[in-house]
Ligand binder design. Structure first.
Ligand SMILES: *Cc1c(COP(=O)(O)O)cnc(C)c1O
Length: 356
């Protein structure tokens, strides 16, 4: 890259990265972006979305912010208790004459209820997109995530399964959409001195593609490590009262990047208490997703708070545990031991937390 002195502007490494993703996912097009949020924004422009976009409330804030940034209105939908993904029946109930798209998140890499969403989108003539930020190398019904709906968006942020430092990609089988995404990613340039559409600067630089390519080379090793940790967490925490670990469908492919513990009402400590105990022990847990996106600015300032009981419960009860290649089996054992000990001394722990 440095010898070539080609550092950005659709260089050979970005092209190679796009080709590798395309091949892995099985879509006709992969358009790399500087990150997934801007990928979603450019997708919203390229698809000429208007009015309202139905999104889950249980997702990362970027799933809604990307569309709000375009002047569209995110409409928040509840999710299914079992899969944490958007509830298709409730999607249909939220469709209005202003709705132009459904953008569903494959939360934790767990694919959405794809067929019902496809049927609803078709029936109401809406675009269907997936925020697949968590779901690279996951499958649904044996088919790879990436080929569903009109387009899907991956994130390759440093915290995600495939790491480009910062990066994202929109994958699609729609030729026209892919052409517009490529134009808009690069200021609308169709050739030197020839700007043919509106656009922005959303390009992925070469160094990010190089990083992504090294991750793609060790994809199976990363999955193996994630799965080993996931199973160890499952064995340790799943045995504790009131705690369950989010289960992936073993018949499907998954990247096992997310280990999600649910701390229910029967547990000796609440999720918030347990998160504080773990943080005090230097364990980097995250209360993903807390609070729901509908409770975050600017959406929290709306006149009415939507009624989203499943989202509210999940936001109060789940947390993401550390995973990835930097986490060893011994680390997982330690987390298990901390939780077990905290539960065994729950009244004293609660008292100590209350005293600050
Ligand atoms: C990380 C994430 C994004 C944003 O990805 P960036 O590449 O950081 O912009 C969007 N949606 C979800 C669900 C995410 O987890």
């Amino acid at each position: 890259m440095f010898e070539r002195r080609w550092l950005t502007n659709n260089g050979p490494l970005v092209q190679e990265f796009e080709a590798r993703v395309r091949t892995l996912v099985g879509t006709r097009h992969c358009v790399a972006f500087c990150n997934a949020t801007v990928g979603l924004e450019v997708l919203g422009r390229a698809a000429r979305l208007t009015g309202e976009v139905i999104v889950p409330a249980f997702t990362f804030v970027a799933s809604a912010h990307a569309f709000e940034w375009l002047g569209l209105t995110p409409v928040f939908c509840d999710v299914l208790e079992a899969t944490h993904t958007i509830d298709p029946d409730q999607v249909e109930a939220l469709i209005s004459p202003r709705t132009s798209a459904i953008v569903a998140t494959h939360v934790w890499g767990q694919p959405c209820a794809i067929e019902p969403l496809q049927a609803i989108a078709k029936k109401h003539n809406l675009r269907l997109f997936f925020d697949a930020a968590h779901a690279f190398a996951c499958s649904s019904g044996g088919k790879n995530v990436g080929g569903f709906g009109d387009a899907e968006v991956f994130s390759f942020h440093a915290t995600k399964f495939v790491n480009c430092f910062e990066g994202g990609a929109v994958v699609t089988n729609d030729d026209e959409l892919a052409r517009d995404l490529r134009l808009m990613r690069n200021f609308g340039f169709a050739g030197t001195d020839n700007v043919v559409s509106r656009g922005t600067n959303a390009k992925m630089p070469e160094v990010c593609a190089a990083m992504g390519l090294t991750c793609l080379d060790s994809l199976n090793d990363i999955i193996e490590c994630n799965r080993r940790n996931y199973r160890a967490y499952h064995a340790l925490l799943g045995a504790l009262p009131g705690v369950s670990v989010f289960q992936y469908d073993v018949r499907e492919q998954n990247n096992y990047q997310y280990v999600i513990a649910r701390v229910g009402p029967d547990a000796p400590l609440t999720r918030d208490e347990l998160a504080r105990v773990l943080e005090a022990e230097n364990v980097l847990v995250r209360r993903y997703f807390f609070p729901g996106v509908h409770r975050i600015a600017p959406y929290s300032g709306r006149d009415t708070v939507p009624h989203l009981p499943v989202t509210e419960r999940l936001c109060a009860e789940v947390m993401a545990l550390p995973n990835g290649t930097a986490v060893s089996e011994a680390d997982v054992q330690r987390v298990g031991e901390i939780v077990r000990t905290a539960f065994a001394h729950a009244p004293a722990v609660r008292q100590k937390l209350a005293n600050g």
